[in-house]
Design a protein around this ligand. Structure first.
Ligand SMILES: [Zn+2]
Length: 306
């Protein structure tokens, strides 16, 4: 097999030494404290920030934070918003924070919010998809998860015993998915690497077991004024899955161990912003996440009261 990734022996799954070599190649490129924690410290009094764990690689540096409403309303439904499950997907983190600093307060009479803005802070700092053990947190949402990021979030959610109406998990699809992360996962697992196409634009991933097409359509309509929606490829697909409507594909979220499958929420989605488009900027990507959250929450609230 031809070499397509610098670590390991092509065709053979990585050894512990290979994983260590991968870990040793990672470098800190930005500050979780400066870009995330200080933003949480500056939140409005309507919100309360609490730590729900920390990453063992450096517990002081990588404390895990959730934001909730300071006083919850017993009659109002709950919404869960997660960002940074993939730490390198910047607008997922910064979009969740921007929502908290701008629009979130307008929902306080109708909705109880729980937001985990940066589930994978080490990944945020090293700008990588995986956690320190070369695991993808967004394939690790299952019982006894080996990903500390996924396990801590699931334990926090379970402990709160909330019935969520809606869960939105904020992500990006990047050019580095094709140049780095898809080759890395094939190399790690001893498989061949099949090149794929990165779609130019925003899309959502619904749950094939609970697709909620009108909810997904409402999110697409909400994001469209902010950034362009990804067209399907010549096979009618986005990242290898058939589109079910413009800008929407479905995955079996629970079976794949995706964060979006971690609750029994009636409405769930994974947003996918494309930051590498010549037509996108960092600011557009953040605004697209905020628009997606607003559209998803508005649709869910209308459905719950209707
Ligand atoms: Zn992602």
């Amino acid at each position: 097999m031809e070499r397509f990734y610098p670590i390991g022996i092509p065709g053979q799954p990585w050894t512990d030494d290979d994983r260590q070599a991968w870990f040793d190649a990672q470098t800190i490129q930005r500050s979780y404290h400066d870009e995330v924690v200080t933003s949480l410290d500056a939140l409005d009094d309507a919100f309360e920030v609490s730590a729900y764990g920390s990453l063992p690689i450096d517990p002081d540096r990588y404390r895990l934070f959730a934001v909730t409403v300071s006083s919850s309303k017993p009659e109002a439904p709950w919404a869960l918003i997660t960002g940074g499950v993939h730490g390198y997907e910047t607008s997922g983190v910064q979009g969740a924070l921007r929502f908290l600093h701008t629009e979130a307060v307008t929902y306080q009479d109708q909705l109880n919010l729980l937001v985990a803005p940066c589930v994978s802070p080490w990944g945020y700092e090293v700008i990588n998809r995986w956690n320190p053990n070369a695991l993808d947190p967004n394939r690790s949402f299952y019982h006894d998860s080996p990903s500390e990021e996924a396990a801590a979030l699931m334990a926090m959610i379970k402990g709160r015993a909330i019935d969520f109406l809606v869960h939105m998990d904020l992500h990006e699809t990047t050019d580095s998915d094709e140049t780095e992360f898809r080759p890395a996962v094939a190399a790690r697992d001893g498989e061949t690497y099949e090149p794929g196409l990165i779609p130019d634009g925003f899309y959502t991933v619904g749950d094939s077991e609970n697709p909620m097409p009108l909810f997904q359509a409402a999110i697409i309509a909400g994001v469209e004024p902010v950034t362009h929606i990804a067209p399907p490829d010549d096979d009618g697909q986005i990242i290898g899955a058939d589109i079910t409507q413009p800008g929407v594909i479905n995955y079996p979220c629970v079976e794949l161990g995706l964060c979006a499958g971690m609750t029994n929420a009636r409405f769930t989605t994974t947003t996918e912003v494309y930051p590498d488009s010549p037509r996108a900027t960092d600011e557009i990507c953040i605004n697209a996440q905020v628009a997606a959250v607003k559209a998803g929450l508005d649709f869910s609230l209308a459905a719950a009261s209707g």
